[in-house]
Design a protein around this ligand. Structure first.
Ligand code: FE2
Length: 197
């Protein structure tokens, strides 16, 4: 089993940060961002089962969900060329790229309900970007690579797999309700192993 020390330390630290700064999103993100950057600076801790791509669909594996629904951490695994629909989150989120690279395209509301794409932003391994209703909450993410897997670690201000949110048709502005769930099926429980000494 992979050494989970880095993930365990991040989960403990994030729980303390959310406990202390949960009411102040700007302060929370300012403190949490370097912490996530530290986690994704080392690609040696994510167990293979949480890094497995699917031939057709991107995967989102829950790594940990706060028991009070204040936050969650998820590995997103992108096969070659895979992309999300245009979507929102309704809570704050930080995206740190662990492996490969991703392209994030933000959207803003136009005058006639249609969404206007902003210039795409390429996020390389080690980099962290933020989303939230306050900062801009609608985007699409794609694997920047057409020939290999990319992986990012996402931290959200809620249990993201169970949150009622939205996907958008950028051309028409049509909105559909969306609950993402998680891709975890028959993969190891991360929390049963004794803590490293
Ligand atoms: Fe997103």
């Amino acid at each position: 089993m992979t050494d989970l020390s880095r993930l365990r330390a991040f989960v403990a630290e994030t729980t303390r940060i959310v406990e202390a700064h949960g009411a102040d999103e700007a302060a929370l993100l300012a403190i949490l961002r370097p912490s996530l950057a530290g986690l994704v600076a080392h690609d040696d801790w994510l167990p293979d089962a949480y890094a497995a791509p699917h031939p057709q669909f991107y995967r989102q594996y829950l790594l940990y969900a706060d028991p009070l629904d204040r936050w969650s951490i998820v590995s997103f695994v992108w096969g070659p060329g895979q992309t999300t629909p245009v979507h929102d989150h309704t809570v704050w989120g930080l995206v740190g790229v662990l492996r490969g690279a991703e392209v994030s395209t933000s959207f803003i509301a136009g005058s006639d309900d249609r969404l206007i794409a902003q210039p795409p932003e390429r996020i390389e391994a080690g980099a962290v970007v933020a989303v939230s209703p306050r900062l801009g909450d609608v985007h699409a993410i794609a694997n920047a690579h057409a020939d290999r897997t990319s992986i990012s670690i996402h931290v959200y201000g809620g249990n993201i797999g169970g949150i009622r949110r939205h996907v958008f048709d950028a051309a028409t502005g049509a909105v559909k309700p969306f609950v993402s769930g998680y891709s975890n099926v028959a993969i190891p429980n991360l929390w049963g192993a004794p803590k490293a000494a």
